[in-house]
Design a protein around this ligand. Sequence first.
Ligand code: ZN
Length: 197
Amino acid sequence: MKIFKVGDSQKAICEHCRSLENATFKLRDVPFSDGSGLVKNVLVGVCDKCDQVSTLPHQSMPVVKKRLEAQRKPIESRLPAHMVDILNLATMELGGSTDFVPNLVKYYIHAMATDEKSAKNIAQFLNSDLAKGKAEKRLSLKGRQIHSDIETLKLMSNITNTTDLIKSVILRINDDVLLKKEPESTRQLKNIMASIG
Ligand SMILES: [Zn+2]
């Protein structure tokens, strides 16, 4: 793979000019084609003839990818108030602050999405009395992994609705952390919590 420096040049097809033109590599702010965002200060090939971006070098892909991922909307769910209380209590039990709540949920979703055995039986939690209640609080989950983890876990658990999936994960956390107290997963979580202070 060739690494380009600012000021290097290369022939590139310019879509704007519809011809092969010389492109010079420069740092530019580049908007996404759908206008939904902007990648700032990224190395691109700029057409010498029309001054439009004509090529995106391979070395700029990681930055663009990161920006695209950051754009993805968080997973939002509306939950009964007591479900958020369960999460707050669980993080306290594990030695963390309530700021850790979204990470705790994401940790569980990821762990279960990679463990077929534990994923299979979470749907049962939806039958419990704690699964009921008016949805009055909001939980927002952000991150690179969360979308694909949720899709995987839906398939594994046979729960099609995202909010139902989040509810069953929370009730699983309730079971592990608040009711059973000291299973293996709780010990691991305490270590993570201690390490991030
Ligand atoms: Zn051009």
